[in-house]
Design a binder for this molecule. Sequence first.
Ligand SMILES: C[S@@+](CC[C@H](N)C(=O)[O-])C[C@H]1O[C@@H](n2cnc3c(N)ncnc32)[C@H](O)[C@@H]1O
Length: 220
Amino acid sequence: MISTLHSGPVADAIERLYAAAQSGPRPGPRRAPGDRETERERSVAERAADAADAFMAISPDTGRLLYSFIRAAKPPTVVEFGMSYGISTLFLAAAVRDNNFGRIYTTELSEKKIAAAQKTFIDAGVGDLITVLAGDARDTLTDIEGQVGVVLLDGWKELYLPVITLLESRMPTGAVVVADNAESPDMAPYLDYVRDPANGYVSVNIAGKRNDTVEISSRV
Ligand SMILES: C[S@@+](CC[C@H](N)C(=O)[O-])C[C@H]1O[C@@H](n2cnc3c(N)ncnc32)[C@H](O)[C@@H]1O
């Protein structure tokens, strides 16, 4: 079998979007520690509006990792926090398509990104697998259906902890959480949480090829 990731409209869309991300605007420079406080004071929605043209996509390696987790676990429900233009969502959708089972719930604040991604998903033939929830993940992810087997956390980093605690009651033993950009100082409370055995995870940090790391945590 040739996977949906390797050939066909999803593979083509991923390639096209990575090329667009390369030539598009980049997110602003990383903030110095003093600036971070000022940055946090700006609302979640304001920062999303400022980043409306930036892709900020996961790496292809992280995409392939997510694909593999979903193929292995065959979860009924996959959740993504932070869709942007949907590169990561296409990796998730490739796996759900190849499993012939499951559904993806993803969430995004930027209306511009939502409109573009929904068109991409339909053009790539995976629109039927993806529910796009418009709005703040802390509201939109409160009542999604099904047992959540795989989660990608890739929205604003200081929200990883409130978002995962929101989903936990629907995450069975064995559910896997992939948290992107674990090197971000804003992720410290999340990392403390998933690395404390009392909170019911086994967690490992994996270095990427750039200066990025992902934290992979499984529910035990
Ligand atoms: C790093 S980008 C996501 C990249 C995407 N996962 C990919 O790999 O293509 C983060 C996105 O999360 C969105 N976001 C941030 N906070 C959010 C929130 N509270 N609710 C919904 N979306 C949010 C931002 O608007 C931004 O588009």
